[in-house]
Write a protein that binds this ligand. Structure first.
Ligand code: NAP
Ligand code: ZN
Length: 365
C-alpha cells in the first residue's frame, strides 16, 4: 500500500536562455520587483542583466538589494525587506546561489508581514508572503524548488530554517550562469546537492515517489563525480549537475534533510566551512552507521560503485581540507544536534549521542 502527500507548486524553467523567453512569468507576479542578489556574481554571470531586460520587456519596475552575504543573516533579511517596503514592491526576485535565494524568500515573508522582526519570526505561526521568483546561479542548494529559507541567527549562534513555507512561484535554471563558477565553489555546491539526494533517500519521510527522483539523481551523479575529479567542467557537466541539484531540491522539499545537515550547521557557523563541505565531510561516516545497508547498496549501484570505499575515495579527492576542532567542541555540537528533534526524527533508525560523536570524530579528527 502506498500512502504519501506530494506538493511542489513551483513552475520549473530549465535550460539555457529561459529567463528572457518568459517575461509573462514576471508580469504575472506584479508591477514592481525587489531584486535580491549577492555582492558581485549576478552581474558578472549575466543573470542580473537578463532579469533587468526581461522585467523591462514585461513592463515591471524594480529596485535592487545586492548586499546578501554567504549564509545570510537575519539583519540582512531585515535590511532587504525594508528596501522592499519603502519601494512598495509586489514581489521578490532572488538571483544567485542559495544565500540570495534564501534571503529573498525570507524578505518575501517580512515584506508581507511588516510587524515581524528577527526577534519574533521563530515564534510565529505560518505566515503568508509576497510571490518569489528564483534564479539559480549555483548547482547545489535546490533552494529554487524548496520551501526552505536557511538564515543565520546571531542570537541563537547558528544557522536555522526560518520555519516558514516559501515555494517560489517559478524557478529558472540556466546553467550558462554557472559556466564560470570557480572550481572550488562548483565542488562544494555539487557535494551539497549530492548530500540532499543522500539525506532525502535515507529519510524517514522518503516515499516511493521521492525515491524515484533521488535514484534519477544518483544515476547522473556518477558522471558528475568523474567530471569533478578530472576537473573536466564541460557545458554538458554544468547542465547535468544543475539538473541533479534541482532534482535533489525537489526530493528534500518532500523529505527534509537529515543528520549531516543538522550537524553541519555548527561547522559552518563556528568553523567557517562552506555549506556543502560542512555536510559532505560528515557523509561517509554517517553512511557507515546505518544498520540497514540495502538502500545504500542501491545508491552505490546507481552511482556505478561497488563499495562505499569507492565513494569515500572520491570524497577524499574533492574535500582534502581538514578542520581544526577539539573534542570539547565535538561534544558541545553533538549535544546540540541531539536536541534538534526536527533532524533526529528524519533519521530512520534510532540514533545515540555516542553515534553522533563518532561521526564527528571519525570525520574530523
Ligand atoms: P552562496 O552562499 O549563495 O554563494 C557562494 C559564493 O558563490 C558567493 O561568493 C557567490 O558570490 C558565488 N557565486 C554564486 N553564483 C556564482 C556564479 N554563477 N559564478 C561565480 N560565483 C558565484 O552558495 P550556495 O552554496 O549556493 O548557498 C549556500 C546557502 O544555501 C547556505 O546558506 C545554505 O544553508 C543554503 N541552503 C539552502 C537550502 C534550501 O533549501 N533553501 C538548501 C541547501 C542549502 P556573490 O555573493 O557575489 O553572489
Ligand atoms: Zn544543503
Amino acid at each position: 500500500m502506498y500512502q504519501f502527500n506530494y506538493f511542489m507548486p513551483t513552475k520549473i524553467f530549465f535550460g539555457r536562455g529561459q529567463v528572457k523567453m518568459h517575461p509573462e512569468i514576471f508580469a504575472s507576479a506584479g508591477k514592481k520587483a525587489l531584486i535580491v542578489t549577492g555582492r558581485q556574481s549576478a552581474k558578472i554571470n549575466g543573470s542580473y542583466y537578463d532579469v533587468i531586460e526581461t522585467l523591462q520587456q514585461a513592463g515591471v519596475a524594480s529596485v535592487l538589494f545586492d548586499e546578501v552575504e554567504e549564509n545570510p543573516s537575519l539583519e540582512t533579511v531585515e535590511a532587504g525587506a525594508r528596501v522592499g517596503l519603502v519601494h512598495h514592491v509586489d514581489f521578490v526576485v532572488g538571483i544567485g546561489g542559495g544565500s540570495p535565494m534564501d534571503a529573498a524568500k525570507a524578505m518575501a515573508v517580512f515584506i508581507k508581514n511588516p510587524q515581524i522582526n528577527q526577534g519574533t519570526i521563530f515564534q510565529s505561526e505560518k505566515l503568508d508572503h509576497v510571490p518569489v521568483i528564483a534564479i539559480a546561479t549555483t548547482s547545489g542548494t535546490g533552494s529554487e524548488v524548496t520551501p526552505y529559507s536557511i538564515v543565520t541567527s546571531k542570537a541563537d549562534q547558528t544557522k536555522k530554517n526560518l520555519g516558514q513555507t516559501v515555494f517560489p512561484i517559478a524557478a529558472f535554471l540556466d546553467s550558462s550562469y554557472t559556466d564560470a563558477l570557480p572550481y572550488h565553489i562548483t565542488v562544494h555546491t555539487a557535494i551539497d546537492a549530492f548530500t540532499h539526494l543522500v539525506e532525502g533517500y535515507l529519510n524517514t519521510n522518503a516515499t516511493r515517489f521521492s525515491d524515484q527522483l533521488a535514484e534519477d539523481g544518483f544515476r547522473v551523479f556518477g558522471n558528475c563525480f568523474r567530471s569533478l575529479c578530472s576537473k573536466n567542467l564541460s557545458f554538458e557537466f554544468r547542465d547535468t549537475v544543475m539538473y541533479a541539484s534541482m532534482i535533489a531540491g525537489v526530493v528534500i522539499a518532500q523529505t527534509g534533510t537529515s543528520l549531516p545537515h543538522g550537524m553541519g550547521y555548527a561547522l559552518t557557523y563556528h568553523k567557517g566551512l562552506a555549506h556543502g563541505v560542512a555536510n559532505g565531510i560528515l557523509t561517509i561516516e554517517y553512511l557507515k552507521i546505518f544498520k540497514n545497508f540495502s538502500k545504500i547498496e542501491s545508491m552505490l549501484n546507481l552511482l556505478g560503485y561497488q563499495t562505499l570505499s569507492e565513494l569515500e575515495d572520491v570524497f577524499k579527492v574533492l574535500m582534502p581540507d581538514v578542520v581544526q576542532i577539539s573534542e570539547e567542541e565535538i561534544k558541545e555540537f553533538s549535544e546540540a544536534i541531539m536536541s534538534n528533534q526536527a533532524k533526529i526524527k528524519n533519521h530512520p533508525e534510532t540514533v545515540t549521542l555516542d553515534q553522533i560523536i563518532t561521526i564527528y570524530k571519525k570525520s574530523l579528527l
